[in-house]
Design a protein around this ligand. Structure first.
Ligand code: FAD
Length: 555
């Protein structure tokens, strides 16, 4: 296969090109680069599409394509063309390495959690004949959507089913960004994207540099995946909380105790392979695992706030125009290091999105970001977070990070009276760094007309009272630095809400090279909660990897 890279197509800001027009432009470029005729192209597959706005407002789409030629020796074609952007490639295609033809007599693998890690693990195991049982504490996606909408409207939280718990996991009410920093040398990433497409996601996620599907599409994908798992002989039980794992004298897992979340009835399910894909918010489950002496360590994570700006301000900075018709709402990525050496960075940025109340415990409040596939909300939002490590937690306990998060969330709940607390950045900065007052001066400084775009009730409050002083100072230092990267980022009118505390897991549940817990046989820590992923894609990829570990053990 021949790969042609760096094909640039200038974007008409007023009108998006149709798929056919793009195909025509790509073919024309490929013919010129390879010195072939259109008729000699058997297949042209887009591998990657990104946006180059370095010369804004002149903006380009940059493509990488793989080309299969008809009746031509590709080696000879390559030899003739001296273009550094043309090369020979062999596509890595992922294949699940095991098949189970008969599970009779074997206990089926149990997966705890139906977030991307558990769901993709279950999908691969079911597709290959291992008939997994998925146990999910929250409700199925339809019931869950009603419960979450009710919470956002009334503030009445259901601790059993919420933005963190239920079918699809924490990613269901998300922005649905599907990019990851994890290298894809085994092809699992591409295979995961193909599974998304097989289950209803649009095909362009296979090649977009920043793939995104939005919560509306994700909810359907998750449901379709569940139905496939069931068709292939797997089972998915909702509102089924695993409250205990049982381990015998040989450190082998023997069963899990399941509590029906509606009736309170309990059941013991015998099993020898259990995938622990519980996410980063199952604090009761972390405590249960700690009581069972499962090997785990505290780990650094990050905390901070959600910051909202008008999307037009971000578009102007990234594209040079406020509302280009042919381009998606612009994303951004920002990082800085404070004078004290703390990392401050943007995280889970949602163009055209909503800030959501993502709480899962009564009396505690956490925020996050979500968007729909169109990303047409009026604001851009992003977490701006600061790294914290066990030194900040104030205790040596393995779960000290959990208690640190809880304290911040209690404060956020208290200052907002249960509603999302919001503060204009100008007021926040004045409270923390009054010395900086005279230093900000652009046209946007006095503009406090923008309003929050949120799912969940909100109120204006002293957000600057949530974090400890040093973290607040780091946040302001970061914001001021970001104001030099995006004009207006540190304006008085930026909206700051909190607290952003569920950025990644506060613990790592250690596993060995065969994927099992260091000290409990048959227990397979997986995904974000175990510290092996951060985000939907990496959790999905880890789920697939753990499916291989489980299958290898069972076969
Ligand atoms: P989770 O998705 O957290 O799934 C764990 C599941 O296990 C949950 O459904 C939970 O109910 C269940 N569970 C826990 N304990 C038990 C138990 N004892 N018994 C039974 N079931 C249990 N990431 C991105 O990459 N892109 C985004 O755009 C993005 N946006 C986000 C927006 C929001 C609002 C939130 C909250 C998160 C977002 N994330 C995003 C992060 C992403 O959702 C997570 O990284 C990902 O879901 C982690 O996957 P996971 O399967 O490891 O865990």
């Amino acid at each position: 296969m021949i790969r042609v890279n760096q094909i640039k197509i200038k974007i008409d800001l007023e009108r998006a090109f149709s798929k056919e027009e793009v195909k025509g432009k790509l073919e024309k470029h490929v013919c010129k680069a390879l010195r072939v005729d259109r008729g000699q192209i058997e297949n042209l597959e887009i591998i990657r599409r990104s946006i180059d706005a370095r010369k804004k407002p002149e903006i380009y789409e940059v493509y990488m394509v793989d080309v299969k030629l008809k009746g031509l020796d590709e080696g000879k074609v390559l030899k003739k063309c001296k273009d550094k952007n043309v090369s020979f490639v062999e596509q890595v295609v992922y294949e699940f390495p095991y098949k189970c033809v008969n599970v009779a007599g074997t206990k089926r693998p149990v997966i705890i959690g139906s977030g991307p890690a558990g769901l993709f693990c279950g999908y691969e195991l079911a597709r290959n004949g291992f008939k997994p049982l998925i146990l999910e504490r929250g409700a199925d996606v339809d019931k869950r959507t009603e419960i979450v909408e009710h919470f956002w409207e009334t503030g009445e939280l259901d601790e059993r089913t919420n933005v963190q718990f239920g079918e699809g996991g924490a990613g269901t009410f998300s922005d649905g960004k599907l990019n990851t920093m994890v290298k894809d040398k085994d092809g699992r990433g591409r295979a995961a994207l193909k599974i998304f497409v097989e289950n209803g996601a649009p095909e362009d996620i296979l090649y977009d540099a920043k793939p995104h599907i939005g919560t509306d599409i994700l909810r359907n994908v998750v449901k379709n995946m569940r139905n496939r798992i069931i068709e292939w002989g797997g089972e998915v039980r909702f509102e089924s909380l695993v409250s205990e794992i049982n381990i015998d004298g040989n450190s082998q897992i023997t069963s899990v105790k399941v509590v029906d979340q509606n009736t309170g009835n309990t059941e013991n399910i015998e099993c020898s392979e259990v995938v622990l894909a519980i996410g980063h918010s199952a604090r009761d489950t972390f405590y249960m695992l700690s009581d069972k002496k499962v090997d785990m360590k505290p780990k650094p994570f990050a905390v901070g706030f959600r910051v909202e700006h008008p999307q037009t301000l971000i578009n102007l900075s990234q594209y040079g125009v406020e509302s280009p018709k042919a381009l998606p709402a612009a994303p951004y990525k920002l990082t800085a290091t404070t004078d004290e050496g703390r990392g401050v960075y943007s995280f889970c940025m949602c163009p055209g999105g909503f800030v959501v109340n993502a709480s899962s415990e009564k009396g505690r409040l956490a925020v996050n970001g979500m968007s729909y596939s169109k990303r047409d909300g009026k604001n851009a939002n992003s977490a701006i977070i600061i790294t914290v490590d066990p030194k900040d937690f104030g205790s040596e306990d393995v779960l000290s990070g959990v208690e640190f998060q809880r304290k911040l969330e209690e404060k956020a709940y208290e200052i907002g009276g249960g509603k999302i607390p919001v503060e204009y950045y100008g007021d926040f900065r004045k409270a923390i760094r009054p010395d900086l007052e005279s230093k900000t001066s652009d046209g946007l400084v006095e503009d406090r007309t923008n309003t929050p775009n949120m799912r969940g009730q909100y109120t204006f409050a002293n957000v600057h009272e949530i974090l400890p002083k040093d973290l607040n100072e780091a946040f302001v230092e970061g914001m001021e630095k970001f104001g030099r990267m995006i004009k207006g980022y540190n304006s008085d009118g930026a909206l700051v809400s909190g607290v952003e505390s569920r950025t990644s897991s506060p613990v790592r549940i250690n596993r060995d090279e065969s994927g099992e817990s260091i000290n409990v046989k048959g227990l397979f820590p997986c995904g974000e909660g175990a510290g092996y992923a951060g985000g939907i894609m990496s959790a999905a990829m880890d789920g697939m990897k753990v499916a291989e570990f489980v299958a290898a053990k069972m076969i």
